[in-house]
Design a binder for this molecule. Structure first.
Ligand SMILES: Nc1ncnc2c1ncn2[C@@H]1O[C@H](COP(=O)(O)O)[C@@H](OP(=O)(O)O)[C@H]1O
Ligand SMILES: [Mg+2]
Length: 265
C-alpha cells in the first residue's frame, strides 16, 4: 500500500460521502431541519466508519459522531495511523435553504458545508480531503490547489456565520480587512485556498475533526495554518478540543499574528 493510496482514498471517501448527503437532502427536503441534520450526521458517519473498517482495518478513527466511549478509546492514542473525520461539517448550513433559491431547483440548499477525511500518522497530518458537494468539488492533498497570488491591499477574513468571535471584528478593523460570514470550518478554509477570501480566523471553541482535513490540504497547498498564537496545530490528542485557528495566504500570516497579539495584550 503506497502513501499515494491514502491521498486518493481520503478524496474518494469524502466525495462519495458528500454525494450521499446531497441525496439525503434531496430526499428529506427542508421541512424538518432537525431531522435532516440528524440523518445527515448519522448516515455519513456510518458510511465513513464502514468504509474505513473495510479498507483500512488496522487504523484507528476519530469521528465527530462517535460515541464518547469510542472517542476515549485508549488504542487511538497509541496508534500510528488515525483517520480524523467530520462526516458533516456545517451541519446547520446543510439543513438550510439557500436565500433566493427557487422551489424545485436542482439544489435548493446552502453550499457552505463539507465532508472532512484526514489521516494523521505518527504526529502529523499526512493526507486529507474536503468535499464541498454543493460546490461540485473536492479539495485534496492528492492534488493540492494552487494558491491565488496575493494582491496587496484590502483583504477578506472568513468568520463563522453564527458564532463570529468578537475580537475578529476588531482584528479586521486593525488590519484593514472585510469580514465574510461563511458556515463550516471546511468551507471557510477552502475559501482561502480557492481565492474567495484571504484568511480565516476562529476562537472560542472547535474540535480536531473541524480542522484536520482542511488543514492537511491547506498545508499541502503552502498556506499558513496555526493556532492564533502562532503555535502548531496538533492532532490526535486525548482531548480533541482545538479551540482556535488561523489559516491564511502565507504573505498575510505575520501581520495577522501580530494584530492578534496586539489585541490580546
Ligand atoms: N464555540 C464552538 N464550540 C465547539 N464547536 C464549534 C464552536 N464554534 C464552531 N464550532 C464548530 O466548528 C464548525 C464550524 O462552525 P461555524 O460554521 O460556526 O464556523 C461546526 O462544526 P459542525 O457543523 O461539524 O458541528 C461547529 O460546530
Ligand atoms: Mg465540524
Amino acid at each position: 500500500m503506497t502513501i499515494r493510496d491514502d491521498h486518493a482514498l481520503a478524496a474518494d471517501l469524502a466525495t462519495e460521502a458528500g454525494e450521499r448527503l446531497l441525496r439525503v437532502r434531496e430526499h428529506l427536503g427542508y421541512d424538518d431541519p432537525g431531522a435532516l441534520r440528524a440523518e445527515g450526521d448519522r448516515s455519513s458517519h456510518l458510511y465513513l466508519m464502514e468504509s474505513l473498517a473495510r479498507l483500512r482495518p488496522s487504523d484507528s478513527v476519530l469521528s465527530e459522531e462517535a460515541t464518547r466511549e469510542e472517542r476515549l478509546d485508549p488504542r487511538r492514542l497509541g496508534a500510528e495511523r488515525v483517520w480524523i473525520v467530520d462526516p458533516l461539517d456545517g451541519t446547520r448550513e446543510f439543513s438550510e435553504r439557500r436565500e433566493g433559491a427557487e422551489a424545485g431547483a436542482a439544489d435548493e440548499g446552502r453550499a457552505d458545508w463539507a465532508v472532512h477525511v484526514a489521516l494523521w500518522e505518527r504526529g502529523r497530518l499526512s493526507a486529507g480531503a474536503v468535499a464541498l458537494p454543493s460546490q461540485g468539488r473536492t479539495l485534496t492533498t492528492a492534488d493540492p490547489p494552487k494558491l491565488p497570488a496575493y494582491d496587496k491591499g484590502r483583504f477578506r477574513i472568513a468568520v463563522s456565520r453564527t458564532r463570529p468571535p468578537e475580537f475578529v471584528r476588531k482584528l479586521a478593523y486593525l488590519v484593514g480587512a472585510d469580514l465574510v460570514p461563511i458556515g463550516s470550518a471546511g468551507a471557510k478554509i477552502s475559501a482561502v485556498l480557492t481565492g474567495e477570501v484571504e484568511a480565516y480566523v476562529h476562537a472560542g471553541g472547535q474540535n480536531e475533526w473541524d480542522s484536520a482535513a482542511p488543514v492537511a490540504v491547506a498545508l499541502a497547498a503552502g498556506a499558513h495554518a496555526s493556532r492564533i498564537d502562532g503555535s502548531e496545530l496538533t492532532y490526535n490528542q486525548a482531548d480533541p478540543s482545538l479551540p482556535d485557528i488561523l489559516v491564511s495566504l502565507p504573505e498575510l500570516a505575520t501581520s495577522l499574528l501580530a494584530g492578534i497579539r496586539d489585541l490580546h495584550r
